[in-house]
Design a protein around this ligand. Structure first.
Ligand code: CA
Length: 221
């Protein structure tokens, strides 16, 4: 959840995308192909891709980390925004989804700047820490299994540099966070994550109601 900024009425969202998102053709085609998949709701919204690309540009980021590749839209949006020599390290467990991702990265001419690590993301993140990557990333995007958000966040907080940014997806969870009847594990995990982050003095914080809710946490020191 969700392929668009769910708090906007459909017509206003259509307008926003029409005038406010310069989606490259390759990203649009990737989005169209992903829309045919049963898990298509895991695709980020085009306006969110544009927003994250803007953040990366503003930061002058060179090294980016992503937890949850899916079919590669966000890695591609960010990869296209990086300068020459920039790099995205992205983790996923699915051969099938990431095969599609690789096809589009190739097509966009940025496959050489996107490194895919297949396997459980915690193993990959711990591996990066063992390799000495602590503080080595400018930007991280967390968009994978919700019950592990806290664990991913703790690793990312070590992997991004002071002043680096961690963006966490789905933090409004299509409104289920305020639905008392929603007691499932994912919803509970997101609620607990949001509460803990609100009081986390290690980061500055802004929750942006774009897509399905995107929390920005900037490492303070
Ligand atoms: Ca997501």
């Amino acid at each position: 959840m969700s392929r668009r900024t769910f708090v906007l009425p459909q017509e206003l969202h259509d307008y926003l995308v029409e005038v406010g998102v310069r989606e490259p053709d390759v990203l649009r085609r990737l989005r169209d192909e992903t829309a045919k998949l049963p898990r298509a709701h895991m695709q980020i919204a085009p306006e969110q891709g544009a927003f994250m690309a803007m953040l990366v540009e503003l930061m002058g980021a060179r090294r980016c980390l992503e937890i949850g590749t899916f079919t590669g839209y966000s890695a591609l949006a960010v990869g296209l925004a990086l300068p020459e020599g920039g790099e995205v390290v992205t983790c996923d467990v699915s051969e099938e989804w990431t095969a599609m991702a690789r096809r589009y990265w190739e097509e966009a001419g940025v496959a050489d700047r996107i490194e895919l690590r297949l396997g459980p993301a915690l193993d990959t993140l711990d591996g990066l820490l063992r390799e000495g990557a602590e503080g080595g990333f400018d930007f991280a995007f967390i968009d994978a299994d919700k019950e592990r958000y806290r664990d991913y966040f703790e690793r990312c907080l070590r992997l991004v540099r002071p002043g680096g940014l961690i963006a966490v997806d789905n933090t409004l969870w299509h409104g289920k966070v305020i639905d008392p009847d929603a007691q499932d594990a994912d919803t509970e995990a997101i609620r607990a994550f949001n509460r803990a982050l609100r009081d986390d003095a290690r980061v500055s914080l802004a929750l942006v109601p774009i897509g399905d809710g995107l929390t920005l946490a900037r490492r303070r020191a």
